[in-house]
Design a protein around this ligand. Sequence first.
Ligand SMILES: Cc1cc2nc3c(=O)[nH]c(=O)nc-3n(C[C@H](O)[C@H](O)[C@H](O)COP(=O)(O)O)c2cc1C
Length: 316
Amino acid sequence: MNKPDPIPFRNALGRFATGVTIVTTVDGDSEPVGVTASSFNSVSLDPPLVLWSLAKSAHSLPAFQNSGGFNVHVLAAHQSDVSNGFARPGENKFDGIDWTTCSQGFPLLPECAALFRCKTNFQYEGGDHIIFVGEVIDYEDHDLPALVFHSGKYAEARTKPFIDPDAEPDVDLNRGQFTENFLFYLLSRAHFQSSYPVRKAIYALGMSEREYFCLSLLSMSGALPSDEIQHRLEHTGHAPDQAIIDSLEKRGWVAKDGDNFQISPEGQKVFIRLLAQSKALEEQILKHFSEDELAQASAFLKKMIDVTGSDIPDLW
Ligand SMILES: Cc1cc2nc3c(=O)[nH]c(=O)nc-3n(C[C@H](O)[C@H](O)[C@H](O)COP(=O)(O)O)c2cc1C
């Protein structure tokens, strides 16, 4: 192959997801030296060998070539700032870090997912890099989620769910049955269960779901004519008819202004109370989920709302 164009070549190499490490050692004055490296990999179990490569242009190269050893810190998911700090060329990378030294005198960083303390066994020329092969003399495993680097961005590792190819279909149309894996069932059940306490509070006020949807819309949109209220709530299947809007007006929760209806101060108070209950309930439930799960769930639900939007005529 001819010499590849550097940018597309780097992009293609970046498709290979790696962890992120900080490799540390000391220079000739026993000053700490460290560098961010994603080129780390395992080589051999017996003897225990690992490798990583460092650019010949790196300031830290002489230190790694002469110190006789290094410590590899596999970064945990919360340590992207540490990675950025050690990816800066030059000195002062240890400022503000609570580091200690190992028995070989090389820097040790706190809070990593794993640590490999190594003696440098071999150094190989590798084009514009030097490949260091280290024999592991000691290691630690802290069972923390690891930081991942993929396509030039930091990421977090998540175990791929196992999909059993021999599993029963989630819906059996011949028998009119479905299993707990039927996504629509899961979505509905999650909605009904999670919203049940708030729906009970709505019913306790003698308010129907149609009335609640109407108040919720008017609280956010301001004054609207009744046909617009109905149109905007059509996608819920709970659009209020004129009788419901009139009953909200009679109860003092909605006020009429010409052809428009708007939420009254009393209606606003009732709605804010219900909203506060919803928010408190949400906080309780969301404590059970990680940030990653919440970000995934939010992206999934937004896409589901988008895909099933009533403004996509072809779908319906
Ligand atoms: C996620 C990440 C991974 C990196 N991996 C390597 C690597 O494996 N080898 C390397 O030479 N540089 C790598 N770098 C770049 C070095 O960390 C960077 O050039 C650093 O400034 C070198 O420090 P120094 O010049 O003080 O030695 C990486 C940078 C980042 C952000």
